[in-house]
Ligand binder design. Structure first.
Ligand SMILES: *[C@@H]1O[C@H](CO)[C@@H](O)[C@H](O)[C@H]1NC(C)=O
Ligand SMILES: *[C@@H]1O[C@H](CO)[C@@H](O)[C@H](O)[C@H]1NC(C)=O
Ligand SMILES: *[C@@H]1O[C@H](CO)[C@@H](O)[C@H](O)[C@H]1NC(C)=O
Ligand SMILES: *[C@@H]1O[C@H](CO)[C@@H](O)[C@H](O)[C@H]1NC(C)=O
Ligand SMILES: *[C@@H]1O[C@H](CO)[C@@H](O)[C@H](O)[C@H]1NC(C)=O
Length: 814
């Protein structure tokens, strides 16, 4: 013993200079170098650190790995179910390469429990966050380790694989912590089900809580497409292994992880370089339709419908009374049972999360046609679908039991479809209905041609024209749920004044509660409001079809007697202008929130401009039309003035300019010309208002008479752009982001519309720090504003939307 110490001491002295360097960044445990409480290992690239820690307010000590730059986030815990109660813990490696955690009396608290013949075993913390054990000389060159922490994930997915090694039978999965203070095994797991095409699950014990849907080659069928910019999801399944992994795409500027928290919520977070707060990219489950089997067997969940559950085609509630009171737990049953007689066929359901794989069969090689033939011949087969949607679709899945956990989820371009078997008599009805609707379409189309023809001739009789068209649109175009007046009245206590949450030229907005408990916002249009039937239909028609997290969702409408009522999802936090222009409330929206709001608005607008099938110009983008949800996420609302462009159309002109002063682009305000670039202008104004906390229109400055845009432009040219910033951010802002926002704002409000970028460039300018921004040119209205213009403008700022518009473009665009 003594000689040993002497030799160690001797070696220490001799290698002192080297050790000094090594001490700083040791990343290995060897027979002579163990880890005690208080010392840590750091991976060679400084990304991860390993050592003892106490979670939350706990006093217990655990051995774990965390991000070097974010020490609060522990990505792996060794002794999660067996803590130390003091700081005597020690991590050593034995001659046989076993890692042991020992307490003061040298009892083993945790071990890797491996057995192999080692020459010189070491344990190494890699820069991926993987803690690996192997032979000293081979460990860095080979990818095969005797033991690795990545095989035993904790509650965080930070680079490891979740899934199965089919050769060893080892499964890697996340297990939630009991609580933030207690890393021991909690109630929830996040794991891969690989009995068929792989899908990920959150389970509580044996109960499935959430399911991503099967991997279709591109994404999981039940999750919205997530862009690959930050990280890329991969699923591999072959004879050796099947796993899910998310690899960062821009590893040097962000880190990303997914954590299953102790309530069973799987959340993906990102942290940008230099920032300290993790942003949530998505959560699973996210909305009611995500909760497993929400609508019961053979039901389908549609988040934008009211009620959100319906039976699948060919099915009807087993107990219609229960179903009516919005209790979906009982199943839907076949209207006409399948008897396997001739004439049975399939109805196609597009854009859904495919049913859970409970009783199923799958094959990766078959085509859709072979799949259909096989299903049709095979009486118990209730439905079929492609298992991989790439290259026009491939592979075959068949279902034999009930359809569980189906939800609607329309993702343009990469949709999953399922073909559901229906009885011969249903098939006959469907064929007849199809034939009828085709006939009706032809009739309506020819009728419309005749009508339009007629309208051209009859345009002198404007009033008649108006009525006919209003009638036609009203009868046919509504796909939304219609609420009856009694329901709406009872939800709002008969439109009681105490339920009123807003009012304007258009009418009043009430808060309502449906009997299901759902909160709604009810927009009751004044009977003498400028918003005529046409604008009403316009709005209903438009938003009824839109689905985006940054657009307010329309749940339904009500047209009864003279009432015109729109029913929206309720936004508890009112609109953005109530915050940013208010001295007290502006402090609630710190810089991080505001930046998030800017990004949300930009994404919502991009969706309108580019992602939905037709191009939609909002025409009235302003702070008052941005609503905030309970987490202060922005949602664009009020589509009363929106225009639709179809086909090649991208610019139009109107004689009646309606909108809100201060946000209107010069070409629109002056010439009535409008295009997507008019929205870009309004977005720029909004962006500068969000950064400065000042209204463009009401802006005044002792030194000049310019509006906010002009003021920003002057500051920009004097290199003092930061002076524009709202004082309430204090020191909590990110300077580069603020400057970027101001620059993007100025680029958007440039006088000439061709100089302004498209929303898709704007989103990428805002999202990617690295994008080089052009220098802004002079903003619109820089010289136009004179000091007395404030009083001479005829339009009313708050109720810009109330005047009626001639919607000629709308009809031409459809
Ligand atoms: C070490 O662990 C053993 C077994 O868990 C336990 O009996 C013993 O009391 C522990 N010693 C100390 C000092 O905590
Ligand atoms: C791990 O430990 C258990 C009991 O503690 C033992 O039965 C098993 O054989 C060990 N496995 C290995 C690989 O050493
Ligand atoms: C599976 O593993 C074997 C040997 O370990 C290897 O030869 C084969 O290529 C692997 N298969 C795939 C699909 O990776
Ligand atoms: C899990 O995350 C959600 C959303 O952030 C949060 O509401 C919930 O309280 C978390 N659960 C726990 C136990 O921390
Ligand atoms: C699919 O096709 C490949 C080659 O075409 C073949 O090797 C494989 O056995 C087939 N798999 C199944 C399940 O039929």
């Amino acid at each position: 013993m003594e000689t040993n110490i002497f030799i160690d001491f001797y070696a220490l002295v001799m290698s002192l200079p080297i050790l000094l360097v090594l001490c700083k960044a040791a990343d290995t445990v060897t027979k002579t170098h163990s880890i005690t409480d208080g010392t840590t290992l750091v991976s060679s690239g400084q990304r991860f650190e390993l050592g003892f820690f106490s979670p939350g307010s706990s006093k217990n000590r655990y051995l774990g790995i965390w991000y070097k730059t974010a020490p609060d986030v522990v990505v792996w815990v060794a002794n999660r179910n067996n803590p130390f109660h003091d700081s005597s813990g020690k991590l050593v490696i034995t001659d046989h390469g076993n890692l042991l955690l020992l307490n003061q009396t040298r009892s083993v608290i945790w071990s890797t429990n491996t057995s192999w013949v080692a020459k010189e075993p070491i344990a190494l913390l890699l820069d991926s966050g993987n803690f690996v054990v192997g032979e000293k000389n081979k460990i860095t060159s080979s990818e095969i380790f005797v033991w690795q922490s990545f095989d035993y994930p904790s509650n965080t997915l930070s680079g490891m694989k979740i899934g199965w090694n089919r050769k060893t039978g080892l499964e890697g999965y996340l297990t939630s912590w009991k609580s933030d203070d207690d890393p021991s095994d909690g109630d929830f797991t996040y794991r891969m089900d690989n009995k068929g095409p792989p899908q990920m699950m959150v389970t509580m014990g044996q109960t499935r809580m959430f399911r991503t849907g099967t991997w279709n080659g591109v994404r999981f069928s039940g999750l919205p497409a997530v862009s690959d910019v930050v990280f890329k999801s991969t699923v591999v399944f072959n004879d050796n292994e099947s796993y899910y992994m998310a690899l960062p795409n821009i590893a040097d500027t962000v880190i990303t992880r997914m954590t299953l928290n102790s309530s069973g919520l799987a959340q993906r977070f990102i942290l940008r370089n230099g920032e300290t707060d993790w942003a949530i990219m998505y959560s699973q489950p996210y909305e009611p339709c995500d909760s497993y089997g929400h609508c019961g067997p053979n039901g389908i969940c549609r988040i934008n419908r009211m009620p959100i559950c319906e039976c699948l085609e060919g099915f009807t509630p087993r107990n219609p009374e229960e179903w009516k009171i919005l209790s979906w737990s009982r199943e839907c049953v076949r209207k006409n049972p399948l008897t396997c007689q001739k004439g049975e066929g399939f109805v196609k359901l597009v854009g859904v999360k495919l049913p859970d794989l409970l009783e199923f069969w799958s094959n990766q090689n078959m085509s859709l046609r072979e799949c259909k033939e096989m299903c049709l011949k095979n009486c118990p087969c209730k439905a079929y679908a492609n298992s991989d949607i790439r290259e026009g679709g491939n592979g075959c899945m068949m279902w034999f039991g009930d359809f569980i956990d189906v939800r609607e989820l329309s993702i343009k371009g990469s949709e999953d479809s399922i073909y559901i078997r229906v009885s011969a008599s249903d098939m006959k009805t469907i064929r007849e209905a199809n034939a009828k609707s085709r006939l009706k379409k032809i009739l309506v189309n020819s009728l419309s041609v005749v009508c339009i023809f007629c309208l051209v001739f009859c345009s002198v009789y404007g009033k008649i024209r108006k009525k006919i068209r209003g009638f036609r649109r009203q009868k046919e175009d509504i796909e939304l749920p219609l609420f009856d007046l009694a329901t709406v009245a009872s939800a709002t206590k008969n439109f009681s004044p105490e339920r009123m949450i807003g009012a304007g030229g258009f009418g009043s907005v009430y808060k309502g509660n449906l009997s299901t408990g759902q909160e709604i916002a009810v927009k009751r249009l004044a009977q003498n409001s400028g918003q005529g039937l046409k604008e009403f239909m316009n709005e209903v028609d438009l938003i009824g079809k839109l689905q985006h997290r940054n657009l307010v969702a329309l749940l339904g409408c009500c047209i009864e007697r003279k009432e015109r009522i729109l029913i929206y999802e309720f936004m508890p936090n009112e609109s953005l202008d109530h915050f940013i222009f208010d001295n007290k409330r502006s402090t609630i929206l710190c810089w991080e929130k505001r930046f998030n709001i800017v990004l949300g608005i930009a994404r919502g607008l991009l969706y309108l401009h580019r992602d939905s099938k037709l191009q939609i110009i909002h025409m009235d983008l302003k702070a008052g039309n941005i609503l905030l949800d309970k987490n202060l996420n922005p949602k664009i609302s009020d589509f009363g003035l929106a225009r639709i462009f179809g086909g090649d159309e991208n610019e139009a002109r109107t004689r009646r300019v309606v909108g809100t002063y201060g946000y209107m682009s010069p070409e629109y305000a002056i010439d009535g010309k409008f295009s997507a670039k008019s929205d870009v202008f309004s977005f720029g104004v909004l962006l500068l208002e969000i950064v400065s906390g000042k209204k463009n229109r009401r802006f005044s400055h002792p030194d000049h008479h310019h509006n906010l845009l002009g003021h920003a432009w002057l500051l920009w040219n004097e290199d003092r752009a930061l002076d524009l910033m709202d004082g309430c951010f204090k020191d909590s802002y990110v300077e580069s982001q603020v400057l970027r926002c101001i620059q993007v704002g100025l680029i958007c409000v440039q006088k000439f519309q061709n100089d302004r970028p498209t929303m898709s460039s704007i989103v990428s300018m805002l999202e990617n720090e690295g994008t080089i921004l052009p220098q802004p040119k002079q903003p619109g209205f820089f010289i136009e504003r004179s000091s007395n213009d404030e009083n001479s403008t005829p339009k009313n700022e708050e109720t810009g939307s109330q005047n009626s518009v001639t919607m000629t473009k709308l009809d031409a665009g459809r």
